[in-house]
Design a protein around this ligand. Sequence first.
Ligand SMILES: [Zn+2]
Length: 284
Amino acid sequence: MNYLLFTIDFEPDYPPMGNTFLGIEETSKILGLLASWSIRATFFVTAQLAQKFPDVIQTIQNAGHEIGCHGWRHEALSKNGVLGITAIPRAMVKPTITQATDILTAICGSSPKSFRAPYYSYSHKILPLLVMLGYVVDSSRLANPYLSNSVLPYAPFTLQGDQRYFLEVPVHSGTTNEGINYSGLCSYSLRLAGLEAVQSATLKLIRKQENEHSVSVFSCHPWEFVANPPWKDTQNIFIWKDSDKLYQRLNDYLKFMSANFHPISLTMCQFQQNWKFSSYPESL
Ligand SMILES: [Zn+2]
């Protein structure tokens, strides 16, 4: 069984540089593309965005996708994240995530069950808070198909038996902290490295799993689809290359996945219910 977990981080444009929401205007095209490949996706949404665009969130839910939490205003939760963004004070993490969860619950009609830390600022110290708030999945930890051994989902708790249902689902992004450009399964790599590089990263990832099941986690941002974006790349972090070709490349990538792996597409929550994760323990 090959699982494809398609994720979209729904947030302000190009954080932390932008404070606009032009990416939201891409929603219907993104939903159309997902529908054409029968993809059930997980949208990790900042609570601020959900407050500004509740109708968009409703449309996404009506299309059968899951709404997960991506922080309140896209604040870094620990120093571990990409881009070297300064984290909010430790004392602010609990109230920030609690408030974001409450806002999403009110807008969505049910509480979010999946979480992704902004900037992939993963910290295992946050996991007990997520459990307390009712989450069952965290998908914040970067795992590069070319570098990391921890590419499979696992239960991060080994001792607290009643918490073994909680699943960590690593993200197969190409970003590394070493500044080396390896391609991953993400829109960033599709733009900068191209379709063939992402296909080859996927083959590498699936071969590496050597399991009867494989899991591929693809991630993207709506603002990466905005052609000729107005915001400035003042820190030269993202090169604005090939935004206008991203839909076509993503479509071709999903075609490649479909033809080669016949993947089962699930939301994070659906996947958590299906995955037998007891054989992949990792202690805190
Ligand atoms: Zn984000």
